[in-house]
Each structure stands twice: as C-alpha cells, then as structure tokens.
Design a protein. Structure first.
Length: 453
C-alpha cells in the first residue's frame, strides 16, 4: 500500500510538472506574439506615415483640391467599411491552418496591399492613378483589426481585464507613436519622395518579417475550435452575407457597438467646429498643428500602452470599480470637450485634451479587452471587423451630420449633439455595463458556469 501511494504521488507530480512546462511554453509564445505583432504594426504604420507629407504635396501638384480629397476620403472610408467586416470574418476561418493560420495570411495580405499602394502612389502621374493606389490598402489592410483578435486569442480565459487591456494597448501605443514619429522623420530625414519611399518599403519588409515570426495561439484545449458563441454560424458562401457574424446580434456586442458608434459620431461632429476654433481662436499654423497632433499622438500612445493597464489594475479590479472608471472616462470625454471650447487659454486646451485623450485610450482599451469575452475565437475577428465598419460609417456620416447641425447654429448645434452622444454613452455604462458585459451571457461567463457545474 505505501508503494502504491508513492507511485500515485510520483505520477501526480509528473502531471503537474508537464502542466507547468506547457503553461510556461505557452506564456513565452504569447510574449513573443505580443512583441512581434506590436513591431509589425508599428513598422506598417510608419511606412504609411513617413511618406504622408510627400503624398500630400504630389496631390497638390496634380490639382487635387478640397473636393477631390473629400471624395477620396469618403471612398476610402466606404471601402474600409466593407473590407473590415469581410477580412475580419475571413481571418476567423480554420481553412488556412496549413499555411500558418488565416490571421497570419490576411496580415501578410494587408502588408502586400500597403506595398501596392506605396508603389502606385510613388509612380502616379495623374489623379486616376492616385485613386487606383488607394483601393488595395483601403480594402485589404485591416491589420490592426486582425492583430487585436490575435492578441486576445493569446490569452486564456483566466486572464484578467488588466492583462488583456495591457496586451491590446500595446497595439494602440505602436500605432500612436508611429503616426507621431513617421511624419517627423519624413520631413527631417528625407528631402525627396524616392528616398522616403525606399525607407517605407524597408519598413514594410520589416513588418512582413515580424508577421512571419508570429506564433500560432495555443488553445488550452482543442475543443476551443468547435466551441461556439451564443449564436454561431458556418463559414460558407450561402450563409456568408445573411449570417456573417451572428455574435454581433447578442446584447453584449450591441452594447459595445452602440457605445463606440456614439463616441465616433461625437468625435467627428466635434471636429467640424474644433478645427475652425483652433485657427480663429489661437491662430494655429503648420507648426502649431504639428505640435498639437504630436502631443495628441504621444498621449494616446501612453494611455493605451501603459495607463489603461495601470488604471485597470489599481482602480478597475472589480466589476463595480471598472464601471466607475468607465463612467469617469465618459464624463471627461464629454465635459472636457465642452471646457476646451469655452476657454481662450492654450495651456488649458493642452491640459484638458491630455485628460480627454487619456480617457479615450482607457475606454477604447477596456471595450476592446471586453470583446474577447463576447465572441469565441472563431468569430472574434468578424466581430472586430464589424466594430471597425461601424466606426468607418460614423466617419462618413459624422462630418455630414456636424455640417447640418452647424446650419442650425454654428457652434451650439454640433456642441449640444456631442454632449448628448456622450450622455448616451454615460447612461449605457451606468445602467448596462455591469449587467450586460460583466454579468451577462458571454463566452467567459458561460465557460465559468459550465466548469462550476
């Protein structure tokens, strides 16, 4: 009997050691995935932003006026609206597992599309060529959406909200810093379009290199591939359009979608009056605009990369605390915009906008992390794609709505609409976040209940 007990103890210790080894290997793979994905996105955004000034100069030389740029921006948003949903959903497919997974394949497609845009834009000789250069990247470059889904897949279901927010926040930090550094590098280091384009091409090759190094997310158990969301679908042509992402119809998904649409609309409506206010009230020129947007990019990167995780860890550990943190962010987003429009002090503008951008980074990061609780890995990319499409739709309709409201009153019309929209976000969070997202019918809560049973 003592011998049998010792054998049983040895076997148990062996299983525990294997589990610890597997968990350690999974953690190392995830850490590599976070690093390589962040570097890939940072280089991809740098490639686009470093030639931004040269592209604008070439458009000016070709006579692309305000109407031309407006049409291109609207067309790009429309193409991105379609591409975000379709590419996001296709990245959930398991049919490309032999090629390293669908997510990696569509990340590579996005980098290649950006390469085509860089090539066509550099060789463009007329406005028609500029239009052609815009199409591939607008449709297929959805790497930010795909990487968010991939990063959340690297986490297991026991990961805390702070851990999920911290990993996704790295993507926002990489994009924010790249948008800030890229144009600065383009204007300081390069004197001609050709040299900037060559550097951008090298950045794209670097992004491709790190994408190829991305490890596959390892499920804790293989049944994750067959686990379905509350309402799931089969990826087939017959059901592709009418039943694209069924999980998007669930209450938690609708909650996050509605909140993000309201925030996106408020942002674009506010921009219709804020750009004019900066010019008229503070006499902003090219230098002042550059400093202002560099400050915005820096604060947004810091808020997503560091502050979101820190605030969640110390002030959002429980459901009630996280709800209070989100409510504070909603108040800062709405109240802060009201304050900056009333002040004539540039110091107050920078101070308050620092709080606004921090709140925006925190609330976006929390909502993104919460999305991993709503959908299974087979629908996560599609759900992020739909969220991106809704924000693109807000980018199209927001400025139009802002212009219509400005006809009623040039300032009060858009400003009241902005405050109303953030009031809607505050109300949704106050009455629904804890009940629908934290305690509602989500993948994570369903898994917890099934294991308890």
């Amino acid at each position: 009997m003592p011998v049998l007990k010792n054998d049983h103890k040895v076997k148990k210790e062996g299983r525990d050691n294997k589990d610890d080894t597997a968990a350690s290997a999974k953690k190392k793979a995830s850490e590599k995935g976070f690093l390589y994905g962040t570097l890939s996105l940072g280089l991809l955004v740098t490639a686009g932003s470093v030639v931004m000034g040269f592209s604008q100069s070439r458009r000016d030389a070709m006579g692309c006026d305000v109407q031309c740029i407006g049409k291109m921006t609207s067309s790009r948003s429309t193409l991105a609206l379609l591409g975000s949903t379709i590419i996001g959903k296709c990245s959930d497919s398991k049919k490309l597992d032999k090629l390293g997974g669908a997510r990696r394949c569509f990340l590579i497609l996005g980098i290649v599309a950006s390469g085509f845009q860089l090539l066509f834009s550099f060789q463009s000789t007329n406005i028609d060529t500029l239009w052609m250069s815009m199409i591939p990247a607008a449709l297929f470059q959805q790497n930010f959406t795909i990487l968010k889904a991939l990063f959340l897949e690297y986490h297991d279901e026991y990961a805390s909200a702070a851990e999920r927010a911290g990993s996704v926040g790295k993507l926002g930090m990489a994009a924010g810093l790249a948008f800030m550094v890229g144009p600065l590098m383009g204007s300081v280091l390069f004197e001609e379009y050709r040299s900037a384009a060559i550097f951008a091409a090298c950045c794209l090759l670097g992004a491709l290199f790190f994408t190829l190094l991305l490890p596959r997310p390892n499920s804790s158990d293989e049944e994750d591939t067959t686990k379905k969301s509350p309402t799931s679908s089969v990826l087939s042509f017959r059901h592709f359009i009418p039943d694209l992402v069924p999980v998007a119809r669930t209450p938690p998904a609708i909650f996050i979608m509605t909140s993000r649409i309201c925030m996106a609309l408020a942002f674009h409506i506010f921009q219709t009056i804020w750009a004019v206010a900066l010019k008229e009230r503070f006499n902003f020129g090219q230098k002042e605009y550059g400093q202002y947007y560099a400050f915005i990019g820096f604060v947004f990167a810091i808020s997503q990369g560091f502050l979101a995780k820190y605030l969640l860890k110390h002030f959002g550990d429980s459901d009630k605390d996280r709800t209070k943190l989100l409510l504070t962010c909603a108040v800062l987003l709405g109240g802060g915009r009201f304050i900056v429009y009333q002040t004539h002090s540039i110091v107050v503008v920078y101070t308050v906008f620092g709080l606004i951008i921090t709140a925006l980074g925190v609330i976006n990061t929390i909502f993104t992390a919460d999305t991993s609780n709503i959908a299974s890995s087979s629908e996560l990319g599609g759900l992020f794609g739909i969220l991106g499409s809704m924000e693109s739709l807000a980018g199209i309709s927001g400025p139009i709505l802002g212009g219509m409201l400005a006809r009623i009153h040039p300032v009060q019309g858009p400003l009241i609409a902005v405050l109303f929209l953030y009031g809607v976000v505050f109300t949704l969070i106050y009455f629904g976040y804890e009940k629908i997202i934290c305690q509602g019918k989500t993948i994570r809560n369903s898994n917890k209940k099934s294991k308890e049973e």
